[in-house]
Design a protein around this ligand. Structure first.
Ligand SMILES: [Zn+2]
Length: 333
């Protein structure tokens, strides 16, 4: 069975000959850039460099999937956010905002042709060509909650959920079109599945706010984007996994703040689970024994795709990522 088939079967919770391993968030570290011969910041803005660095996720680390959108800023840059693409050892960031809550957000007609979208779309095409049917190619889109932070600023957007919920709903309706348009284009370019990132973490979004503002929206994205979606939310999400499992997303990529056994219990038997391995305790500073014990624990809890919980810190040693993949692949499914 090819790594691609294995990864996609795991997202559907089908039995596989061995556990799947991978991640839908960035697995790039500074030492992986050296191994790949491609590095930040060019890998955010040049399709060939982006594809070359993403390919290392399979070719160097041994994961079953590759994922070329390393930052959270691509579609926001295409919307007009002034993004600083960072450096070799620093992730991109953006300070300015585009609009005030209550103002209309216009989605540019040429959104997909702007570099923020066009570069990752071209990188996905290159990866599809490079790997054929062998390796899963995963794309990434952000939901309207995260896009709301980027367009209006985190504080203004979150205050709006309390003071002007109608403005927030209208903004999310407008921004959702970006998620759908960019997501469909990535599928057409060759993506097998997409990460749906939405930063509805507990510190910034109550479980009631998830239910009232996001649950139906995520279910609609499942309807409108024709591939399996892997929802990624950082932090402690135990209080909303019950809502997430009702949205129809194929898989939830979870943070180590939720113990794996608890995540499995809350997810039930239909929702696949990915990740949950701590970036700080295991990926960055774990001994080989600690890595092996962590993989064994995740498998005992029936986590479907073994890998890091979220974007890997750039200063982590990539050898621990390779070890995670090796450990997972040594086991039977
Ligand atoms: Zn995260």
């Amino acid at each position: 069975m090819t790594p691609r088939q294995l990864f996609l079967d795991a997202l559907r919770r089908k039995p596989t000959p061995r556990p799947a391993t991978g991640s839908v968030t960035s697995v790039v570290t500074v030492d992986l850039m050296d191994a790949a011969g491609a590095s930040f910041p060019t890998a955010h803005t040049d399709a060939a460099e982006m594809a070359k660095l993403a390919a290392a996720g399979h070719e160097v680390l041994g994961f079953d999937n590759v994922m070329p959108l390393f930052s959270v800023w691509h579609e926001s840059a295409a919307l007009g956010c002034p993004v600083d693409w960072g450096a070799r050892d620093r992730m991109p960031d953006c300070r300015g905002h585009l609009a005030a809550l209550g103002e209309d957000v216009t989605v540019p007609k040429d959104l997909l042709r702007r570099p923020g979208c066009a570069v990752p779309l071209a990188a996905i095409r290159l990866l599809r060509k490079r790997f054929g049917e062998e390796v899963a190619v995963v794309g990434k889109v952000f939901g309207p909650w995260t896009l709301g932070y980027h367009v209006f600023g985190v504080q203004e957007f979150l205050m709006g959920t309390l003071l002007e919920p109608d403005h927030v709903r209208k903004a999310m309706d407008q921004l959702k079109r970006v998620t759908i348009e960019f997501g469909r284009a990535q599928v057409e370019a060759g993506a097998d599945a997409l990460c749906l990132g939405d930063h509805a973490t507990r510190d910034l979004c109550s479980p009631e706010a998830y239910r009232d503002f996001l649950q139906a929206c995520h279910a609609e994205l499942v309807e409108k984007i024709p591939c399996p979606l892997v929802l990624h939310i950082c932090g402690d999400t135990a209080d909303r996994i019950g809502y997430i499992r009702e949205t129809g997303v194929a898989c939830f990529h979870f943070d180590s703040k939720v113990p794996a056994a608890r995540a499995r219990e809350l997810a039930g038997e239909k929702l696949a689970l990915m990740g949950g391995t701590s970036n700080f305790e295991v990926v960055r500073s774990g001994t080989p024994e600690r890595v092996a014990a962590d993989v064994a624990e995740k498998l005992a809890c029936r986590i479907d795709v073994i890998g890091p919980e979220c974007a890997v810190p750039l200063d982590a040693p990539s050898r621990n990522l390779r070890l995670i993949a090796e450990e997972a692949k040594r086991k039977r499914g």
